[in-house]
Design a protein around this ligand. Sequence first.
Ligand SMILES: NC(=O)c1ccc[n+]([C@@H]2O[C@H](COP(=O)([O-])OP(=O)(O)OC[C@H]3O[C@@H](n4cnc5c(N)ncnc54)[C@H](OP(=O)(O)O)[C@@H]3O)[C@@H](O)[C@H]2O)c1
Length: 321
Amino acid sequence: MKAVVITSFGDEKVLQVKERSLPDVQETEVLLEVKAAGVNRPDIFQRKGNYPAPDGVVQDIPGLEVAGIISSVGRKVTEWKEGDAVCCLVAGGGYASHIVVDQDMCLPVPEGLNLAEAAALPETVFTVWDNVFRRGALAAGETLLVYGGAGGIGSTAIQLAKAFGANVYTTVGSDQKEAFCKELGADAVANYKREDFSEVFRNKEINVVLDSIGGGYFEKNIELLSPDGRLIYINAVEGAHVKLNLMKLMRKRITVTGSTLRARDLAFKVQLAREIQTYVWPLIGTRFRPRIYKELPLADAPEAHRLMEGGEVMGKIVLIP
Ligand SMILES: NC(=O)c1ccc[n+]([C@@H]2O[C@H](COP(=O)([O-])OP(=O)(O)OC[C@H]3O[C@@H](n4cnc5c(N)ncnc54)[C@H](OP(=O)(O)O)[C@@H]3O)[C@@H](O)[C@H]2O)c1
């Protein structure tokens, strides 16, 4: 099979297509012919050597989500058969022509979506579902603040929060991204390069914050959150060490939490997959649709990373083997 391999840690040029042997299919696994693989920001951190794959997962092939056609099934696979079209969250190895996946991690390609769109779903939908809706318990009528609204996570969070009846505020770094987020349904958008977002959102009701920035945003989040607010971390690109005034936390009864999806075990991810199929899948195609910024051939993975690091991407990039 063909795979994009991280040949050493570094810039996007370290991503090179190599020939690899097909993985063995275990009893409860399926072999997927990958038709599309989603690109996510964590792939860039992995390429740079800052986000290793968990033990037991291929270390040098990035890629956290795929869609494709099942080409063979293990002896104990009951739910799927050869020829089925599925999309899957994977812990690595997605940038390849083939991948093996546990049968319980396969979700049907939602009606009305093509395989490129389906490949752009799992990583952000699982992350947003787990953090905004489970951990953050965002309810209809409440307000979510998510940073980077035009990104993969942001564009998913905006659409899903709106679909579940919440209000959404977000931040962006350009006018184009502002228009994109409004089109996705964001109720208010602050351009953090032009204005202080914490002034824009001051005195508004904010119940849940989804933050991947960290650093100085932490204290702003504590100021912005309403009583009983929930502050959820999924990364901390601007710094993981922060200062907390415990009195403010107590006065507002704020919950601070966070998570990383990739390291969670299979049983947890299977549970998320079942919930997502029940609650999110019926919305896809009507209330929520992944936005594809660009489809690129698998061999153009370096270009995909260059575009993402350049900061102009709105929605998702998908690689096509
Ligand atoms: N914990 C988990 O399980 C998990 C899972 C998936 C992703 N993540 C994390 O979630 C984040 C988003 O991932 P993604 O795939 O959606 O990436 P993405 O598509 O590149 O989106 C990130 C967005 O954040 C904005 N941004 C970047 N640096 C910023 C800064 N310093 N201040 C404010 N905004 C900034 C960018 O937009 P502007 O140009 O508008 O600034 C960009 O649109 C990443 O940090 C990733 O590691 C965590």
